[in-house]
Design a protein around this ligand. Structure first.
Ligand code: OAD
Ligand code: ZN
Length: 242
């Protein structure tokens, strides 16, 4: 493997991840063959309208996600990003579209979960937040422990505004390197971060199993599984072998 990147402690790196980085942990992606959107329609389970029209169906979809959540663990791709953060500390930011919380469990600290997290559940009535492990998922719709209102996963649905967009704009404008991993580059606004960082002058690197939709904005592309590629790539970046 070859890469032009060598990291020093004052380089600013922004990483963007998507479902592909968690594939080797055993979580299905959305748009790959047999992905989640083959089985469910986005508009029926991942929009605010869906939740007001048919919360049972939305919860049917999310209960399957919660069943898996307790059984999955970070893979070598996640761990490689921890090594990178340990080296450059506050100059590292990890933006993730994933709601599985695996980056935090792996040990990354500076994480922006722009689509929220399945690990938090929020009451649509009184806005109290709970850890997913506190909630009884036995009924058709899990209910708030405080007020009895309907609960929903604290994730961003289509038609809702992702978190941290202001902060991200500032980060993209100052990044020296932008690394994008395991995302098809098809969901906005995240799909645009690559192009924006490149226009601001970052050197851009992609790691993905398939060619992403926004390939033209990558200075370097490493095709394959992130759990295999990232550990080697980041070793090279940190000067641990050539
Ligand atoms: P997608 O399912 O659209 O794309 C996953 C990408 O990961 C594909 O391009 C695969 O080629 C790649 N991939 C699969 N296995 C991989 C592996 N082992 N290593 C590296 N890459 C691999 O998922 P996202 O781009 O994350 O939003 O989807 C973005 C958003 O769309 C999600 O956050 C979710 C979804 O609808 C909401 O729910 C709001
Ligand atoms: Zn409540």
């Amino acid at each position: 493997m070859k890469s032009k990147v060598r990291i020093s402690a004052d380089d600013k790196i922004v990483v963007l991840t998507g479902a592909g980085i968690s594939a080797e942990s055993g979580l299905r992606t959305f748009r790959d063959h047999n992905g989640l959107w083959d089985q469910y329609k986005i508009e029926e389970v991942a929009t605010p309208q869906a939740f007001s029209n048919n919360p049972e169906l939305v919860w049917e979809f999310y209960k399957l996600r919660y069943d898996q959540l307790g059984q999955v663990f970070p893979n070598p791709g996640h761990l490689a990003l921890v090594e990178l953060e340990l080296r450059i500390k506050d100059n590292f930011t990890l933006i993730t579209q994933n709601v599985d919380g695996l980056h935090g469990i792996a040990g990354n600290k500076n994480i922006l979960e722009i689509h929220g997290s399945l690990r938090e559940i929020i009451c649509i009535n009184c806005r109290t937040k709970f850890k997913f492990t506190e909630i009884d998922m036995g009924g058709k719709i899990p209910l708030c422990l405080k007020c009895g209102g309907n609960l929903r996963p604290d994730v961003v649905w289509f038609g809702e505004i992702p978190y941290y967009l202001d902060k991200i704009d500032a980060l993209l404008s100052t990044a020296d390197y932008f690394l994008v991993v395991g995302t098809s580059g098809s969901v906005y606004p995240a799909a645009q971060f690559l192009q924006i960082s490149k226009q601001y002058g970052a050197y851009t690197v992609g790691v993905n199993f398939d060619k992403p939709d926004n390939l033209v904005y990558l200075d370097e592309f490493h095709q394959g599984k992130s759990g295999e590629i990232l550990p080697q790539l980041i070793d090279i970046w940190l000067g641990e072998h050539e």
